[in-house]
Ligand binder design. Structure first.
Ligand SMILES: Nc1ncnc2c1ncn2[C@@H]1O[C@H](COP(=O)(O)OP(=O)(O)OP(=O)(O)O)[C@@H](O)[C@H]1O
Length: 234
C-alpha cells in the first residue's frame, strides 16, 4: 500500500461570493520510501494541500490515506487528530519554531517523551538524530544561541525522531546554503529508505529540484505528475 494516497481532494475557503477554491481535485501518490517534490507558483495551493494532509485544516471533499489508514473520506475517519499528527506525521517548516526555553536536545526529545518513551532513551534518540544532521555538538545550547541554519537542522531532527511514516516538508531548505540544503535532502532520502517513510517536499529551491525522481506540479488547485531528473545527491 502507498505511504500517502490523495484522491480528488478539494478545499474551498469561505462561502458565497468570497469563496476561494484552493484545491479543485488533487490526486497524488507517494510510496513508502519515496521522496517526492511538490512545486507550483505562489497561491497554487501547496500549503493548503500540506495542511489538509497534516490534519491541520479539513478538506471540503475527497479521500486521504496514510499507510493503511483512511484518515479522511468526505469526513475525518480518525477520532484523535492530535495523536495522528504526533505519531504519524513529521512536519518540517521553513521557520524552525523551536521552543525557546528548552535546550536543543529537549526540543528534539520532547515528542518521543510525549509518546511515552522514557526520558533518557528519548534524549539518546534525539542525540542520534542531531548527530546525523551535523548539530550534535550543539546539543546543550539554547535555540537562541544557534545560527538560522543550525536551528533548521534541529527542527528537521525533531520531525524525524519519532520515525513517522509520513513527513511533510514546507520549503525545508530555503534558509540553507547549497551544501546544507543537499545534506538535508540526503538525510530525507536516507530516512525514507531506511524507515519506508513517504516524504513530500514543497519547494522552490532550484538547488534541490533536480534531485527528485518524481515531482508533482500544482497549478490552479490541480496536480500534474512529472518525471524528475533524479540526480545523485552525493
Ligand atoms: N485561510 C484562507 N482563507 C481564504 N483563502 C485562503 C486561505 N489560505 C489560503 N487561501 C487562498 O488559497 C489559495 C492557495 O493558497 P496556498 O497558501 O495554499 O498557496 P501556496 O501554493 O502555498 O502559495 P505560496 O507558495 O505563496 O505559499 C490562494 O488563492 C490563497 O489566497
Amino acid at each position: 500500500m502507498p505511504g500517502i494516497l490523495i484522491e480528488d481532494v478539494r478545499k474551498r475557503y469561505g462561502q458565497g461570493e468570497a469563496a476561494v477554491d484552493a484545491l479543485k481535485g488533487v490526486d497524488m501518490v507517494v510510496g513508502p520510501g519515496e521522496v517526492v517534490g511538490l512545486i507550483g507558483p505562489s497561491g497554487s495551493g501547496k500549503s493548503t494541500l500540506l495542511k489538509c494532509l497534516g490534519a491541520v485544516i479539513e478538506p471540503s471533499a475527497g479521500k486521504m490515506t496514510l499507510g493503511d489508514d483512511v484518515i479522511f473520506d468526505q469526513d475525518w475517519k480518525i477520532p484523535d487528530l492530535r495523536a495522528l499528527r504526533r505519531d504519524k506525521i513529521g512536519f518540517i517548516f521553513q521557520a524552525p519554531y523551536l521552543i525557546p526555553f528548552l535546550d536543543v536536545t529537549d526540543n528534539v526529545a520532547l515528542l518521543p517523551m510525549l509518546s511515552g518513551i522514557p526520558n533518557s532513551k528519548a534524549r539518546a534518540l534525539a542525540q542520534e538524530f542531531l548527530e546525523a544532521l551535523d548539530v550534535g555538538h550543539r546539543a546543550g545550547a539554547m535555540p537562541s544561541q544557534l545560527s538560522g541554519g543550525e536551528q533548521q537542522r534541529v527542527s528537521i531532527a525533531r520531525a524525524l525522531v519519532n520515525r513517522p511514516p509520513v513527513i511533510l516538508a514546507d520549503e525545508p531548505t530555503a534558509p540553507l546554503d547549497s551544501e546544507r540544503a543537499m545534506a538535508v535532502i540526503r538525510i530525507l532520502n536516507q530516512m525514507a529508505k531506511q524507515f519506508e517513510t513517504a516524504i513530500i517536499v514543497v519547494t522552490h529551491d532550484e538547488k534541490i529540484i533536480p534531485t527528485f525522481k518524481r515531482l508533482y506540479q500544482i497549478r490552479d488547485g490541480r496536480t500534474e505528475e512529472q518525471a524528475g531528473e533524479g540526480r545523485a545527491i552525493d
